[in-house]
Every structure is written in structure tokens, then in C-alpha cells.
Design a protein. Structure first.
Length: 115
């Protein structure tokens, strides 16, 4: 679905009010070179169970499995990427999908269909 206006205010409103089936398109991440050549795509939707590599930020270079994808906030939580809260608990760090690269897919057979 495409919005007609290019105004930043309307773009933000569109993203904020988008239903969940549209928000799933907002959590796409780049594919690694091997996956990109295999699937003939540059990016895919991040799903729980995919192995990813963090490309930007404090945790750059680390790899892990996707624990959860939060469509409401358009963020991804990765196993092993945690931060300690003031009370001592560990909590997952929310990561933007645009800063990630998918290294391997969980369900390669299901997602690899090229029409």
C-alpha cells in the first residue's frame, strides 16, 4: 500500500496508524550476500528464529537468533543482546530492523519460494 503524500507529517501519521498486516512490511532487513543471490531479493521480513547480524550501534558485529518481533513498535529483540536495568534485571534491547542483516532464515523452504 502506498500513501500519496510525500509530506513528512502525513508519512509519520500513516506509519503510526498502519494496521498490523501493513506494519509487517516495516520490519524488513537486508539479506546477506549468499541469501540475496539465492532468493534474488535484497531484503526480507525479519521473523522469530532467523539468525541476524547487527550492523550498526553499540552491539555492532554481534550475531544472534531473533527472539521476538514487535510489530506495534517496529523493533526486534535478539537473544544475547541485553541491558541491565537499575534493579538488576536483564532486559532485551530493542533494535531497529534497518540496522540488521539476516544471515540465515529459520524456514528456508517455506520462505524461499520465488514466483
Amino acid at each position: 500500500m502506498m500513501i500519496a503524500s510525500a509530506k513528512p507529517r502525513k508519512q509519520r501519521k500513516y506509519r503510526y496508524n498502519a494496521p498490523l498486516h501493513i506494519r509487517s512490511h516495516f520490519v524488513n532487513a537486508h539479506l546477506s550476500d549468499e541469501l540475496s543471490k539465492k532468493h534474488k531479493k535484497r531484503s526480507m521480513t525479519v521473523r522469530a528464529g532467523d539468525k541476524i547480524k547487527i550492523m550498526r550501534g553499540q552491539f555492532r558485529g554481534k550475531e544472534g537468533l531473533v527472539k521476538e518481533v514487535d510489530l506495534k513498535n517496529c523493533v526486534v529483540f535478539v537473544e544475547g543482546i541485553t541491558r541491565q536495568k537499575v534493579n538488576g534485571q536483564d532486559t532485551f534491547v530493542p533494535l531497529q530492523p534497518s540496522k540488521l542483516m539476516i544471515i540465515s532464515l529459520k524456514d528456508e523452504a517455506k520462505r524461499g519460494k520465488v514466483n
